[in-house]
Design a protein around this ligand. Structure first.
Ligand code: ADP
Length: 500
């Protein structure tokens, strides 16, 4: 097959563009960071024009450095930071204010003010636990605070989009206003069962329907790039939120297949096939990437707030390591943690504990505890937290994990991966290409234009880098887990006993 697929990977701190060939190999990669704005404590914004200009420049750079023109790009696939909210003027294409980023907490009180009936309606229809994280309250905030915005929205003059919509709008010079199911499912306005924007949910926030993009499958031709943008008409043929793109890029096409991304935080997703499983443990039900003409796929998602960032903390605040990879060398120097456990609940604990008041806790210190033990305990905490998520996911889905596919920066740590395999008692598979998010977007786009024939062909591209097999006795595993859960109880006791 001739040509390449161009993946646009629009993340929270940087824009990347990667050209993939038919074997799923990276032919060129360009990356650019863009500014973050923190106008008040807890607020996070991006300038949508800066996102667009950074994204366009890396796309051009990725093509130019290997001399690839628009005619050789078979399709473009997009993957993006999820939930981040942009409103723009349909006529001029100018944003009406900065983007409100997923991390931004400015609308927490709006979400706290929801009635119990509204909360359960939201949960039932969207599969999400109501939170300021999702787009709905962010859109409402903009409509409340930008002068005249709600009236203009009602008159159909404004458009809302997550970052995928914004990029597609700009790539097509305003000809196409769409989003895909995976991104729509993170707005807290989309009914994941009927696959429609939900009138009652829109009413909760007083959001006019005129703002909203058309919702499409994750793999189909949405439109073509305007020739003035990248020098030709390239089909834009795939879009998915970052975690769903990674699930696809890891070839988790069958129900029960799971991937875990070890980045700043950790994101564990299980493909649940055509069943939207609601969790009894606070996991999120979300839409997984689905191709045009196919029945919708769903996923269960559990996140760990502090994963790789506990190693950043060791490096930058504790100054125990000079670099993240060095944590592996230290951990390998000792046989165990000498009974030490670190619970990195810096911002509370997520699934399955959901305790926002828990804080970081170190237990089991003795006079012989060395820095090596401490570092090892920090790495192990990443694996324990993922194990906790897997356990409840298995219960919710009624599926036993057979193996775990991993990616993300900290998946490079061999000690961590081996320990994860020991704890979960299943093999951990690390692919050669850990750029699975961008790869997923390129697969979605390539499938839509026939660059790849089907998912079987894509599976052949999934190349194993290394397998980590469990080899500890179950009594030892249980002892480790008992210790961890005792440590978690300590972190929660600290929260329960707090003043005020
Ligand atoms: P994100 O996409 O969230 O920015 P990345 O996938 O780039 O994150 O991963 C970066 C995170 O992984 C950082 O928190 C870093 O501390 C951690 N990390 C990177 N390499 C290693 C390593 N070898 N061992 C442990 N942690 C690592």
């Amino acid at each position: 097959m001739e040509g390449y697929i161009l993946a646009l990977d629009q993340g929270t701190t940087s824009c990347r563009a990667i050209l993939f060939d038919h074997d799923g190999r990276i032919r060129s990669l360009a990356q650019k960071e863009f500014p973050q704005y923190f106008p008040q404590p807890g607020w996070v914004e991006h300038d949508p024009m800066e996102i667009w200009s950074a994204q366009l420049s890396v796309a051009m750079e990725a093509m130019a450095t290997v001399g690839v023109g628009a005619a050789e790009v078979a399709a473009i696939g997009i993957t993006n930071q999820r939930e981040t909210t942009i409103l723009w003027d349909r006529r001029t294409g100018r944003p009406i204010c900065h983007a409100i980023v997923w991390q931004c907490r400015r609308t927490a009180e709006m979400v706290d003010a929801l009635t119990p009936a509204q909360r359960s309606l939201i949960q039932e229809r969207t599969g999400l636990v109501p939170d300021a994280y999702f787009s709905a309250s962010k859109i409402a905030w903009i409509l409340d605070h930008v002068e005249g915005a709600r009236e203009r929205a009602k008159a159909g003059e404004l458009a809302f989009g997550t970052v995928d919509s914004w990029l597609i709008w700009n790539l097509t010079k305003g000809a196409v206003h769409v989003t895909d199911y995976t991104n729509a499912s993170r707005t807290m306005l989309f009914n994941i069962h009927t696959r429609r924007w939900d009138r009652e949910l829109l009413d909760i926030w007083d959001i006019p329907e005129e703002l909203l993009p058309e919702v499409c499958p994750s793999s189909m031709v949405y439109g073509y790039t305007d020739p003035a943008v990248l020098g030709g008409r390239i089909p834009i043929a795939g879009a998915a939120g970052d975690q769903q793109a990674a699930l696809f890029g890891q070839c988790c096409f069958e129900p029960g297949e799971v991937k875990n991304t070890y980045g700043t935080g950790g994101f564990l997703l299980m493909n649940t096939g055509h069943r939207a499983i609601s969790s009894s443990h606070g996991l999120l039900t979300t839409i997984a990437a689905t191709r045009e003409g196919e029945e919708l796929n769903y996923a269960l998602e559990g996140s760990v707030f502090v994963a790789g960032s506990v190693i950043q903390w060791l490096r930058d605040e504790m100054r125990m390591v000079k670099s993240a990879p060095q944590s592996e060398e230290y951990a390998d120097e000792v046989f165990d943690t000498a009974g030490v456990y670190i619970v990195p609940a810096f911002t509370g604990l997520g699934a399955p504990y959901w305790n926002p008041y828990a804080r970081g806790t170190v237990v089991g210190l003795t006079r012989g505890c060395k820095k090596e033990h401490f570092i090892r305990a920090a790495l192990e905490s990443i694996a324990y937290q993922s194990m906790d998520v897997v356990q409840v996911m298995e219960e919710d889905a009624g599926v036993k994990l057979k193996g775990l596919k991993v990616d993300g920066g900290a998946s490079a740590n061999n000690f961590l991966m081996k320990f994860q395999a020991d704890l979960m008692d299943v093999p951990v598979y690390r692919p050669k290409c850990i750029e699975t998010t961008a790869l997923g977007a390129s697969y979605l786009a390539g499938l839509a234009v026939g660059y790849w024939k089907n998912t079987d062909e894509i599976k052949e591209n999934w190349q194993l880098g290394r397998t980590f097999r469990p080899d500890i006795a179950s009594a030892d595993r249980e002892k480790l887990l008992r210790g961890w859960h005792r440590a978690v109880r300590c972190a929660m006791a600290w929260a329960d006993d707090r003043e005020g």
